[in-house]
Write a protein that binds this ligand. Sequence first.
Ligand SMILES: [Zn+2]
Length: 186
Amino acid sequence: MSDNKYSTEKLDTVKIVRHETVKAILCEHYNEPEDSIYSEEITADLFGGSSKKMTIGDQAKAIEGMGIWGFARPDENEIHYWIKDKNDRNHFLYFISHELGHIVGKEDGDDMHEEFRANSYADVATKATEIADSIYSPSLLQELTTLREQNEKLKSEVQNDLTIIDHFSSEITRLTGGTPNTGKRW
Ligand SMILES: [Zn+2]
């Protein structure tokens, strides 16, 4: 961990490790073997300062429900995470920028304050993304409306062309007194 409150150089070398299963990431987190891990008891710190005894098996169920979970190891400059396949991008963005927040700058000695510190990075990252998205990629609805308008315009242009061809076609028929090549478009 850096002593510089504002240092971000660790972002260049941070190691991001994805775990395929909830069990695998919990084994990594607690440094426990797979076969016994779910019966181990832990004490979970809750917001507000209270704590609760639970098994790692209970924690696994809670993690499955959240769809995403992970942790940072600032001293090793590592972030470990597990994600359900269909987790949404914004949720992941919040999660990963929170964990990166633990990596950068100077860790707060108070656990709860350290979480608030990490959240402030996540808040900034998600707000910045929201603003950038609103400028650089219009909402899907707007994109669809634009596509629909373009499609209508194209259709009417094609229709115009066909009308013109029909017009010339009948002009030719009139002028030559014959039958044009019906069924063929020029
Ligand atoms: Zn955290």
